[in-house]
Unconditional design. Structure first.
Length: 238
């Protein structure tokens, strides 16, 4: 595996402003709160932990945490935080059968190479979960993001919408307990207002205007902050 895989992501995280770090923290706490409405703290396996911000919050909440990460750059950072992390690209998920209470995958599924890999990922999550265990999945909403879904990350491959992911999880043997639409930590009416505001960041001709004015990176950051995700809490039958 290329030892510089996801270097761009790592560099972007290092340059986050105080506002950016605070926003990410609020988002992680919101998602952890949603998870804890359906599952007690237990053993958690996170696939693709990024910079480890969710990990620290989960440990503080009482979860017994470990993770699986593909990027050697992020792996070194995570281990430097004292986290238990194994290196590997999912699927497969490098864990024994029925060995964990929760599989947590935040913006991982859309990186699958296609439908076969997505189906295998869900099957692997079911395999490593204990009976009654919880799969927590966060994915972009393609129906809102459209072309930005592809532009925000070159490793996006598998198109994710609410209907497609629901079908995927159901066919994979899971019971969906709750689905939440969010932009950052905002849900409900707040999310709807932000989604309406996102229309102005996608006006026809805005890309051309940003190139002429040298504001392409600013426009990208605005769109990224208005990026909509879908959060799924699914249960493996007992």
């Amino acid at each position: 595996m290329n030892d510089t895989f996801y270097r761009d992501f790592s560099d972007r995280q290092k340059t986050l402003t105080g506002f950016g770090r605070g926003r990410r923290g609020r988002t992680e706490r919101s998602r952890l709160g949603l998870l804890m409405r359906h599952a007690e703290p237990g053993t958690m396996l996170e696939i693709g932990p990024g910079q480890g911000s969710l990990a620290l919050a989960a440990i503080e909440a009482g979860f017994r945490y470990r993770a699986m990460e593909a990027s050697p750059i992020l792996l070194d950072h995570l281990r430097g935080l004292g986290l238990e992390v194994i290196q590997g690209w999912a699927p497969p998920i490098l864990a024994p059968d029925a060995s964990t209470d929760i599989v947590y995958a935040d913006q991982v599924l859309e990186h699958m190479s296609g439908i076969d890999a997505a189906r295998e990922f869900v099957a692997e999550a079911r395999r490593v979960l204990k009976p009654g265990g919880t799969l927590f999945v966060v994915v972009p909403d393609y129906l809102k993001e459209r072309t930005f879904f592809w532009d925000v990350d070159y490793t996006h491959n598998f198109v994710t919408t609410e209907r497609r992911v629901r079908q995927l999880l159901y066919d994979g043997g899971f019971e969906i307990r709750e689905t939440v639409r969010s932009i950052g930590a905002a849900t409900g009416v707040k999310r709807d207002l932000l989604a309406a505001g996102a229309l102005f960041a996608n006006l026809p001709g805005l890309n051309t205007f940003s190139r002429y004015t040298g504001t392409e990176e600013l426009l990208f950051k605005v769109r990224k902050n208005l990026f909509e995700t879908l959060e799924f809490v699914a249960r493996k039958p007992a």
